[in-house]
Write a protein that binds this ligand. Structure first.
Ligand SMILES: Cc1cc2nc3c(=O)[nH]c(=O)nc-3n(C[C@H](O)[C@H](O)[C@H](O)COP(=O)(O)OP(=O)(O)OC[C@H]3O[C@@H](n4cnc5c(N)ncnc54)[C@H](O)[C@@H]3O)c2cc1C
Length: 350
């Protein structure tokens, strides 16, 4: 710190650690100076003309190279998708999950619930009415209370179910309530649950995670996963969505038809700056760093709108914005690299 440098004295016997600390410090210094921009991912389709929705692509039948039939089609194998695929396979349905990446984006570790068996064991009791009131206040009333109530009523069972899947692979799920901190000035609800991954391996030389556990579980129940398969548009029969047209890893169009239902779980649109600019411009002015789920380009939202869906008027986006911003940096799409924080602005000049 005194030298304002990453050069530190090597300590004999811990060369690897010394080098690692030195490298990490150098990177931090460069980031603090704004020399390492955090990559902003954009889609080629974001052409900047403001027409974020565009028109539904026309794809001729003659361009379809393969057809797949199933009972349930799940588009997007992230958090929502993996739970849906596993649950429908468990019910005995023939289910196919597709994802635009080589695997889904995975399941976050800290999962909230009310009245799980873990909470009951620890004596954690959350008043559902208080919880709905808090959520309504947080959202300044722009909330579907029925959905929050659904979370209050069903999340405990969902977490118990997930806990069973983890336990089958030798992983414990802990109720981690977090701290109730007076300084935080908001009401704390002890909803957290986190898996203890330490030492858990997937039997194939890799580390276990929630995605692998639900993938293996669903696969064992007969589910099919088609990765590197990007949904382009939904298809309809008599005004009912019955499937989709997707592009597979060979850049070829394929068609999926589902006899019982199509579930769109493609996440949000926080990596689609044209959509943010059009739908939440005020947020673009205040964000400093865009920590989003990969794949959050709004593909599913656009496809649903093309198919005739109506969009929630007071929606939000799932983006983490934790960082520091140089005094001379502005926020917005182009500068969503460094960050902002009302109490910690740093001048890189000493
Ligand atoms: C940094 C960060 C940390 C978070 N931490 C937590 C946490 O600790 N606990 C918690 O509960 N929540 C957390 N969240 C929120 C959580 O990740 C999301 O709420 C959740 O992932 C949303 O689930 P989803 O199924 O709607 O979308 P996602 O999980 O984003 O899944 C969408 C899937 O759809 C795929 N997809 C997208 N477009 C297409 C297409 N055209 N065709 C095919 N597939 C497509 C994507 O590749 C992805 O796999 C966090 C979010 C972020 C950004």
């Amino acid at each position: 710190m005194a030298a304002q440098s990453s050069e530190i004295d090597a300590i004999a016997g811990v060369t690897i650690t010394t080098t690692a600390v030195s490298k990490a410090a150098a990177k931090c210094i460069a980031q603090a100076k704004g020399e390492i921009p955090i990559e902003v991912i954009t889609e080629p389709s974001q052409n900047g003309d403001g027409d974020w929705l565009g028109t539904e692509p026309e794809i001729a039948d003659s361009d379809i190279t393969a057809e797949y039939e199933t009972e349930i089609l799940v588009i997007g194998c992230g958090t929502g998708g993996m739970f849906t695929i596993a649950a429908t396979a468990e019910e005995g349905a023939k289910v196919i999950g597709i994802d635009r990446f080589s695997t889904g984006v995975g399941i976050r570790d800290d999962l909230a619930a009310i009245d799980s068996r873990y909470q009951k064991e620890w004596g954690t009791k959350i008043d559902k009415f208080d919880y709905i009131t808090m959520a309504t206040q947080y959202a300044a009333g722009h909330i579907n209370q029925d959905l929050v109530r659904l979370f209050c009523d069903e999340s405990g069972a969902a977490i118990d179910w997930y806990g069973d899947r983890l336990a089958e692979r030798g992983v414990e799920l802990w109720h981690e309530p977090g701290d109730s901190v007076d300084e935080a000035r908001y009401e704390h609800f002890a909803t957290g649950h986190s898996p203890r991954w330490t030492g858990s391996d997937d039997g194939q030389g890799g580390e276990l995670d929630g995605n692998k556990i639900l993938y293996d579980y669903a696969l064992g129940l007969g589910a099919q996963f088609d990765y590197n398969t990007k949904m382009i548009k939904l298809t309809k029969e008599n005004d009912r969505v019955t499937g989709c047209i997707a592009k597979n890893g060979d850049d070829k169009y394929v068609r999926y038809t589902a006899s019982k239902g199509v579930v769109v779980c493609t996440g949000g649109y926080s990596l689609n700056y044209e959509m943010i600019e059009a739908l939440q411009p005020w947020n673009l002015r205040i964000i400093g760093r865009n920590g989003s789920e990969p794949g959050a380009f709004g593909d599913g939202i656009k496809a649903c709108l093309w198919a005739g869906a109506k969009m929630d008027e007071t929606h939000s986006m799932m983006m983490f914005d934790r960082c520091a911003l140089r005094p001379d940096q502005e926020t917005g799409a182009e500068t969503a690299k460094a960050g902002d924080n009302g109490f910690f602005w740093m001048d890189s000049q000493p």
